[in-house]
Unconditional design. Structure first.
Length: 389
């Protein structure tokens, strides 16, 4: 049986990169430590399986030194230092998948004679965040109190999602890598990213967050689109207590807060809620945002003190962690076709279907772009109603 010589440092790198413990690696490959020590070597089939288990391109394991894993877009995931974390295979693969989709659809739209989107790159970080937020709302025909009329945060999120896609932005919401339910996307690593483009900007939202938290991430990433500057972000609860060191992230956080919780509207809501048992929670319900976002807004406007904010923040974080531990993977659930509309994005999916029906895109290419193969893609074509754009 032919054995394959692999540098031990490549095996260790691949294991750590995939977040696999030595014990777990030994469960899959009982001779893993012997491979590391050089006492034995894997067969080609074992090496292929190892590459699959660690989500590593097979060719990487034939190198002499580990390659540098680097995100192909700017990395804004820092708050208190300037050293971004090493991106996981799950994050890298998700970004690369959306880049492939963006490359195809950009060419398709240009060939169709579509014009560049006028709002991409129309604001800068030197603008006033309140003015920038107002421009974004006006373009999408949203009032200052647009979320107040929605029943809950999920309804508000659906409305904002529809408005964003109607504006020409492609939006994908997924909690796993593609359709692989064994590969969950971690909110500790990232909550969203943007691929900027004046024809086909893409926003990706990590679906393993609560909808109220996703709302802030979506507004944050939308600001990236309007800036014309893409990147990976993690604007989670910690951003409420630590100002982002990067100027772009500070601006996106401030603009997202103004977009969702405008100062004038928030002050009016606070006046109505200030004598309630939980004024912060009442205000959060009005704007359909997380309690932390509402508390931060109240602190910024000097409606509450730092101690009250810290107490509320800790309470929200404890509740959030408990909720996260119960939720598990948010890859989908419910109606399979509705789930895939979220994963692919309704605008993207309907465009692919339209291209297939018009003969502009081959069936095999559509399957690769969507990750839906054979009869599954056929049924998707039957189920989805192409949007009019």
């Amino acid at each position: 049986m032919n054995r394959v010589t692999v540098h031990p440092n490549l095996l260790t790198w691949a294991r750590k990169r995939a977040g696999l413990s030595v014990d777990k690696a030994l469960e899959f490959f009982p001779k893993f430590t012997e491979w590391l020590s050089g006492q034995s070597a894997p067969t080609m089939r074992q090496l292929e399986e190892f590459a699959s288990k660690t989500h590593t391109p097979l060719g990487y394991l034939f190198l002499t030194e580990p390659p540098e894993d680097k995100l192909p877009i700017p990395d804004f995931r820092t708050l208190t230092n300037n050293t971004p974390r090493q991106p996981s295979p799950n994050l890298l693969e998700t970004v690369q998948t959306l880049q492939l989709r963006q490359a195809w659809i950009r060419n398709y739209l240009m060939e169709e004679g579509e014009k560049p989107l006028p709002f991409v790159g129309s604001i800068t970080i030197r603008d006033n965040p309140a003015d920038a937020a107002a421009k974004m709302r006006d373009y999408m025909k949203l009032s200052e109190n647009w979320a107040a009329n929605e029943k809950n945060s999920e309804d508000a999120f659906r409305l904002l999602r529809r408005k964003i896609e109607d504006s020409g932005v492609f939006l994908s919401i997924n909690g796993i890598v593609g359709n692989n339910t064994t590969r969950a996307l971690s909110t500790d690593e990232f909550r969203g990213f943007t691929l900027s483009d004046n024809y086909a900007p893409f926003i990706f939202i990590n679906n393993n967050d609560a909808k109220a938290a996703q709302m802030f991430t979506l507004a944050h990433e939308l600001t990236h689109v309007w800036l014309g500057e893409g990147g990976v972000s993690n604007p989670g609860p910690e951003s409420a207590v630590a100002r982002a060191t990067h100027g772009t992230e500070r601006f996106c956080n401030e603009t997202a807060a103004e977009f969702l919780v405008p100062q004038t509207a928030f002050l009016a809501a606070w006046e109505r809620a200030k004598n309630a048992s939980d004024p912060i929670g009442d205000a959060a319900h009005v704007f359909k945002v997380s309690g932390i976002v509402a508390a931060r807004r109240a602190l910024e406007l000097r409606l509450i003190g730092r101690d009250q904010f810290s107490s509320y923040y800790n309470l929200c974080m404890n509740n959030w962690k408990a909720m996260q531990s119960k939720r598990g993977i948010r890859g989908g659930g419910g109606n399979f076709w509705a789930t895939n509309n979220g994963r692919l994005g309704e605008r993207f999916g309907s465009t692919v279907v339209r291209a297939v029906k018009s003969g502009r895109l081959r069936f095999s290419e559509a399957c690769e772009l969507t990750g839906l193969h054979g009869s599954t893609f056929d049924r998707y074509v039957e189920k989805i109603t192409p949007l009019k754009h």
